[in-house]
Design a protein around this ligand. Structure first.
Ligand SMILES: [Zn+2]
Length: 300
């Protein structure tokens, strides 16, 4: 019985979504919880042919519904939220409206610190992006930084066309620079869409490398690494004192895995708006190690 009710509700929601101006991805809607679907229903029902303040009133009503639903689901949710934040993740992503980070990564309020701009760039001279990075790494102590690009990115597409977009060109030039760095590889890809996909991925990777070049990331990783090495050597010494081969081996294994424990870790992700999937890109950070005599700010 419950199954039929849910199926019927989904059909109604689907029809409403099709008839409204709001595009809803079925795969995302499927994952929404029951109360999220109720919010969605109230939003879509009321946004057709609305004018002026009526739009913001729908959003405010959504907010009241969200507060009510969250309070019912977790009575002390807002009490905890009001006490501050301690997110594990820092997100750099494109401003594209199809990439709500909490939704596509299944996270909630207080779980991810977010910075978004056109083309998910992390320039070394952008006070805004760098301030977000500094605060998240040095003060919030995030453990993982996610640079998230996406296919069908308007910024990446625009940066491969001969067109004058005014001020925006100065920003998009950084993506053109990514193309220049990887020109030989990209020029060999004949299919335009495949070349776009590849440039999206290379742009994400270059932004990850940019993060590795910053002082705040290098400083934090060095401090954490030194602390871990100190703890591990103490562990090895204690194991040696205890004389057991097993405990010595365990300490040596921990030493070998040290690099994985050093934070903040940096990950390159790409979102595919056509199916909602997010994939992790393989990134060779050894490339930065080869350039350490140029970008390294500390003796290692
Ligand atoms: Zn984009």
């Amino acid at each position: 019985m419950m199954h039929w009710i849910l199926t019927f509700t989904w059909c109604i929601l689907h029809l409403v979504a099709q008839s409204s101006s709001i595009l809803i991805d079925k795969s995302i809607v499927d994952k929404w919880s029951k109360h999220d679907q109720q919010l969605f229903k109230s939003f879509t029902n009321k946004t057709t042919d609305l004018n002026g303040d009526e739009h913001i009133n729908v959003l405010l009503e959504n907010n009241r519904n969200w507060v009510r639903a969250k309070s019912e689901e977790e009575p002390d949710f807002f009490e905890k939220l009001g006490k501050g934040q301690a997110p594990k993740f820092l997100y750099f992503g494109c401003s594209d409206s199809r990439l709500p980070p909490t939704q596509i990564l299944g996270l909630g309020a207080g779980e991810i610190f977010v910075h978004r701009n056109v083309g998910n760039l992390v320039p070394g001279n952008d006070l805004n992006a760098l301030s977000v990075l500094e605060y998240a790494v040095a003060h919030l102590g995030v453990t993982d930084i996610l640079v998230t690009g996406h296919y069908d990115c308007g910024a990446v597409r625009a940066s491969t066309k001969r067109q004058d977009l005014g001020l925006l060109d100065n920003w998009l030039r950084m993506i053109r620079d990514v193309y220049r760095i990887h020109k030989e590889h990209l020029d060999q890809i004949e299919d335009e869409e495949a070349r776009h996909f590849q440039l999206v991925e290379l742009n994400v990777i270059e932004q990850c490398l940019n993060l590795h070049k910053t002082g705040v990331v290098q400083r934090k990783r060095m401090d954490v690494k030194e602390k871990l090495i100190k703890e591990l050597y103490e562990g090895v010494e204690n194991a040696a004192d205890s004389g057991t081969i097993l405990s010595q081996l365990l300490s040596m294994m921990q030493l070998a895995r040290l690099e994985e424990e050093v934070i903040p870790r940096i990950h390159g992700l790409v979102f595919n708006p056509s199916d909602g999937s997010v994939k992790k890109l393989p990134i060779n950070f050894n490339l930065n190690k080869k350039l350490d005599h140029i970008y390294g700010l500390y003796e290692r």
